[in-house]
Design a protein around this ligand. Structure first.
Ligand code: KG4
Ligand code: ZN
Length: 349
């Protein structure tokens, strides 16, 4: 039997409201991948941290059993466990970490902690192979909006992020204002296709300022003001479509403009997307055109790998295990990205 710790890695992701488990062989072959979305948050129009951790607690053990079954391996054959340790909701992270530590101890295999944002940066590698460097990564989700220069594994430079709401959070909040469901991104994406992008003149936040930071809370306020004359939901279909299309045009235009600036600043040889908002059809179409005109690849993971998932956690875990990391008993949850220990200054973390 080989002693490669990355031979058969069990990946576990519980940082927010998706419980996910993967089995990754040799750092490349996805043998099983399960994602259990927590429907309970739909009732509240947003993620409720207390309910999320309780749901992880219920969902995780059976999901591990299902993933092992799907992979056709027994727990005793696993060589290591990779688990998200930061950033995220502390209560949710703790459930995954406690499970991983106990399971690893019982099986006598190493546990390696993985940074969730680093995993998004590399999520495209599972399907697209290694990126040409330097690359720019745009990670846009319900919790994050990050532009990062990636010069190789562990070599990251932080270019910009949102100063307030994340891009996905803006989608979710605007959907709530419109009286629509949660998560709002896919709903607004669909509605926008039937509306006029110039129906409302929403602001393009921070586009007139230098730098690569973003801001979305003003846009949400502009939507609220535009809806004021129309009273409370439910709103007519045509109004919903126009607001969705105009809002989406503002978000996408802002994201694309900042991404182009980042590609220029880094002389990037590839663009990688990650996070749930990377599923957005308009964003993908616009960035496809940007990359085609520059002759560089656009690396977009398939929808399951864009959203929060354990496959990307297992992938980063496998790389770190091969670098001799893992087996750290003092593996604690860290909520914030700034304190998550991810070196964002271009040095190896
Ligand atoms: O990465 P993810 O699954 O979870 C985290 O937030 O970490 O991302 C979920 C976010 C939600 O805010 C959701 O509304 C947004 O991604 N989203 C979209 C689309 N699909 C999901 N936003 C815009 N367009 C979409 N098609
Ligand atoms: Zn995420």
């Amino acid at each position: 039997m080989s002693h490669d710790p990355a031979r058969l890695v069990l990946g576990i992701e519980t940082s927010c409201d998706d419980t996910s488990v993967a089995v990754l062989e040799d750092g490349t072959r996805l043998r099983a991948h399960r994602i259990a979305a927590q429907d309970v948050h739909q009732l509240y129009g947003g993620v409720v941290p207390e309910l999320a951790s309780r749901a992880h607690l219920e969902l995780l053990p059976p999901l591990v059993a299902q993933a092992l079954d799907e992979a056709g391996v027994s727990a005793g054959e696993l060589s290591a466990i990779a688990v998200t340790r930061a950033p995220g909701l502390v209560g949710s992270l703790v459930v995954g970490l406690a499970f991983a530590k106990a399971y690893g101890l019982a099986l006598g295999i190493p546990v390696v902690g993985v940074n969730h944002i680093e995993a998004h940066l590399h999520a495209a590698s599972l399907e697209h192979g290694e990126s040409p460097w330097p690359a720019v990564a745009l990670v846009v989700s319900g919790g994050h909006t990050e532009l990062v220069e990636v010069r190789g594994f562990g070599l990251y430079r932080w270019l910009g992020s949102t100063r307030d709401d994340a891009a996905g959070e803006a989608y979710d909040k605007v959907a709530k204002l419109l009286g629509l469901g949660f998560p709002g991104g896919p709903i607004l994406d669909r509605l926008a296709a039937g509306g006029r992008p110039d129906g409302f003149a929403f602001p393009r936040p921070m586009l007139d300022q230098p730098g690569l930071d973003l801001s979305f809370s003003g846009l949400k306020t502009a939507v609220r003001q535009a809806l004021a004359p129309h009273g409370a939901p439910p709103y007519p279909e045509a109004l919903l479509a126009d607001v969705a299309a105009s809002f989406q045009a503002a978000v996408v235009e802002t994201l694309v403009a900042k991404t182009v600036r980042a590609l220029d600043a880094c002389r990037a040889r590839a663009l990688t997307l990650g996070g749930g908002v990377a599923c957005n059809r308009e964003l993908r179409a616009r960035l496809t055109a940007v990359c085609a005109s520059r002759g560089i690849p656009l690396r977009v993971p398939s929808p399951r790998l864009c959203a929060d998932n354990a496959a990307m956690i297992a992938w980063v875990g496998a790389v770190r295990l091969r670098r001799g990391e893992g087996g750290d008993d003092a593996l604690d949850a860290v909520a914030s990205l700034e304190e998550s220990g991810l070196a964002m200054d271009g040095s190896a973390s």
